[in-house]
Ligand binder design. Structure first.
Ligand SMILES: *Cc1c(COP(=O)(O)O)cnc(C)c1O
Length: 235
């Protein structure tokens, strides 16, 4: 399992190098270790190597791990998967961040269900940047209306935008997608929503391209934990 330490150091070095190449401060990019399908021991290994932010896609799986790792109380949990409305209460109770808001109804429920003794849930709106038929996320056309609603919800703190570009190994295509998301964030800032400071974009294969185009949170799974085995998932 020491491989996870090595991998984490390599990914951290890639992030720093990409930031420097883009003439950005490496500290302006945060790493989310995406741990879906990975056993608690793998997360613990990453934690011991210094990792504190973890991203999970499935509520039930995340909560099981969270209870097994309760002794690691300073982990910051990020929910990055599709959100079903019957799961919003669990998400509001157990996560610090949600990256995948793409509907007003879900946003309202999360805000209502966030307990007032907790800090507001930090949220990003997921944008379907390549207008794919089957992908989650709002279109750029729908974005301003959802932004306006979410910005006013008391239980949520709107931080920015998240995207997953269309699959494909053309770096130009990913760069174009990330540029569009960056431009959308700049436009929202110019429209009088200056608190938006987050672009959640970039995965194992394209983190450098994302950082070159303004990513502030990168979500990395495979290059930290290795390939995923979905058959290990229960429920
Ligand atoms: C699984 C997942 C990742 C991690 O992808 P890798 O290619 O394994 O780095 C990032 N973001 C989201 C939304 C994911 O579902």
């Amino acid at each position: 399992m020491h491989k996870i330490d090595d991998n984490l150091h390599k990914v951290t070095a890639r992030i720093a190098q990409a930031a420097l190449t883009a003439e950005r401060d490496p500290r302006s990019v945060r790493l989310i270790a995406v741990s879906k399908t990975q056993p608690p021991a793998a997360l613990e290994q990453a934690y011991r190597a210094g990792q504190r932010c973890f991203g999970e896609n499935y509520v039930q799986e995340a909560l099981e791990k969270k209870s097994q790792l309760a002794h690691l109380s300073d982990i910051e949990w990020h929910f990055i998967g599709p959100i079903q409305s019957n799961k919003t209460r669990l998400i509001a109770d157990h996560f610090a961040w949600v990256h995948s808001i793409d509907r007003e109804k879900i946003a309202r429920r999360l805000s209502e269900q966030r307990r007032t003794e907790l800090p507001p849930l930090q949220v990003c709106i997921q944008v379907n940047i390549d207008d794919e038929a089957t992908k989650a996320g709002v279109s750029l056309q729908e974005l301003p209306a959802l932004i306006k609603t979410v910005a006013e919800l008391p239980g949520l703190q709107l931080r920015g935008l998240m995207t997953i570009p269309a699959p494909g190994d053309d770096p130009q295509q990913h760069a174009a997608a990330f540029k569009r998301l960056h431009a959308a964030l700049m436009e929202l800032n110019a429209m009088g929503l200056p608190g938006l400071d987050t672009l959640s974009m970039g995965m194992s294969a394209d983190l450098e391209i994302a950082i070159a185009n303004g990513a502030t949170l990168v979500r990395i799974g495979t290059d930290i934990f290795g390939a995923r085995d979905y058959s290990a998932l229960t429920g």
